[in-house]
Write a new protein. Structure first.
Length: 446
């Protein structure tokens, strides 16, 4: 490693490690009944951090039973060629990926869950991230990233969650995470079923779920079977451009947020949130902001084997000081017809500044309305080392105002990606069976 950059050999080793880690999460044995948490809440409801999904959400995962511990392993990898056109476009071969292990057991009348989620993107995508037109957020070599999506950190989550019932329909929860996700925003995009087959991030990411990797989080919550109210205390600074370390130097728990989530039935989850973020951008340490938003997530059955998962999300950043609210909205959907063929789409709008898009010829506070439309298809073609392999294609058109025509070369710059997706074979749906790991035994657990 030179100057903090991995050697070619290290990149190859890490790429192999990703495939090996994903292979661990493949399941192909006896069925196991869906796990239930406190108050009888199904495990399929758990999204990223402490967020909730609809109970009917599909999940690809594998389970071991180790004494009183239940070990869940899952993850995903996209081996992709990403091409983005126009004057600011680029192309890249890379691997977008993450792998997660969660171990849970009964404890003190409640349930304890320990989680670790890792990504090899610092090596398989690189410190500069992958091309994505009109994307913005975070930095590279001391300058703002633009028209690229930053890589995820090596450590995406290291956390402990304890939930305990204190009444017939009332429970308390405590989430402590050296690296984790506060109760701000919707379920993070890598974990939303509505975005499950799309390898690229939303351009509204930093207006909605940009806090999903935070170095230092404490969240307390009170919940019933159908609603949860949470409050978080966390570090507001986003991860720095060194993606393999722990970003604690000079930081403290200086920000706060709250989220209310309601699951009115097994197919819906609705939430709203507010947060105050202290100095989120390292390049602008004197700037803080309010973040607000709301989301509606749904999963519906399609035929006998399929699901249709959708999300409508609004998020806005209100910079402290003069200036209007900068808002965003995304509508995304994935229709898995039969476990083999899936179609997905995303349409979004974001109001971004010249500073965020790095437009040097105008005042940095100048605002631009930008948008994106993406459509794609993925087909599961077989298994590789116990993992379900799918081949997919994604096409996109971006929309910029006429004032940015010269910057992007056109008002509708386009992009495309082709990819091989790997994920665990076993699929679980809310209220339905799931595939387990070899040597696992079915049954309920206290």
């Amino acid at each position: 490693m030179r100057n903090g950059r991995p050697s070619g050999e290290m990149r190859r080793n890490l790429g192999g490690s990703v495939a090996a880690a994903l292979a661990l999460v493949a399941g192909a044995a006896s069925p196991l009944r869906a796990q239930m948490g406190p108050l009888g809440i199904p495990e399929t409801r758990m999204g990223s951090g402490t967020s909730w999904l609809p109970d009917a959400s599909p999940m690809h995962a594998a389970h071991y039973m180790l004494g009183r511990w239940t070990l869940m392993l899952h993850g995903k990898g996209f081996f992709q060629y990403d091409w983005q056109g126009g004057s600011r476009g680029s192309n890249q071969l890379g691997i977008v990926n993450w792998a997660m292990a969660a171990a849970s057991r009964p404890l003190g009348g409640g349930r304890l869950q320990l989680r670790a989620m890792l990504s090899a993107e610092p090596w398989t995508v690189g410190s500069r991230g992958y091309p994505l037109l009109v994307q913005s957020g975070e930095s590279y070599q001391g300058a703002p990233l633009h028209d690229r999506q930053h890589p995820h950190d090596l450590f995406m989550e290291l956390s402990a969650l304890y939930e305990r019932p204190v009444g017939r329909n009332l429970g308390l929860s405590l989430y402590v995470a050296p690296v984790g996700e506060p109760a701000v925003g919707p379920v993070a995009f890598p974990h939303r079923p509505s975005a499950a087959d799309d390898p690229l991030a939303p351009i509204s990411h930093h207006w909605q779920d940009g806090t999903h990797i935070t170095f230092g989080v404490v969240t307390a919550g009170v919940f019933s079977r159908n609603a949860k109210l949470e409050a978080s205390w966390f570090s507001g600074r986003e991860p720095d451009e060194i993606r393999t370390n722990f970003d604690y130097a000079g930081r403290r728990l200086d920000s706060y947020g709250a989220r209310l989530t309601v699951n009115p039935g097994p197919r819906w989850s609705v939430s709203a949130w507010y947060a105050y973020l202290t100095s989120p951008e390292g390049l602008n340490p004197d700037e803080s902001l309010h973040r607000i938003g709301a989301s509606a997530l749904t999963t519906q059955p399609v035929g006998t084997k399929g699901t249709w998962s959708s999300a409508l999300i609004y998020g806005a950043n209100d910079q402290i000081g003069p200036g209007p609210l900068a808002g965003s909205i995304v509508l995304e959907s994935t229709v898995d017809l039969d476990g083999t063929n899936a179609f997905f789409g995303r349409v979004e709008y974001v109001r971004k500044s010249a500073e965020e898009l790095v437009i040097p010829s105008v005042p940095p506070t100048t605002k631009y309305d930008v948008g994106a439309l993406a459509l794609g298809y993925v087909r599961t073609v077989g298994t590789v080392a116990g993992l379900a392999a799918g081949v997919g294609v994604r096409g996109s058109v971006n929309f910029v105002p006429s004032s940015l025509h010269a910057v992007y070369g056109r008002r509708t710059p386009a992009g495309a990606a082709i990819y091989l997706r790997l994920q665990p074979v076993g699929a679980r749906q809310g209220g339905m069976k799931m595939d387990g790991m070899p040597g696992m035994h079915g049954g309920s657990h206290d």
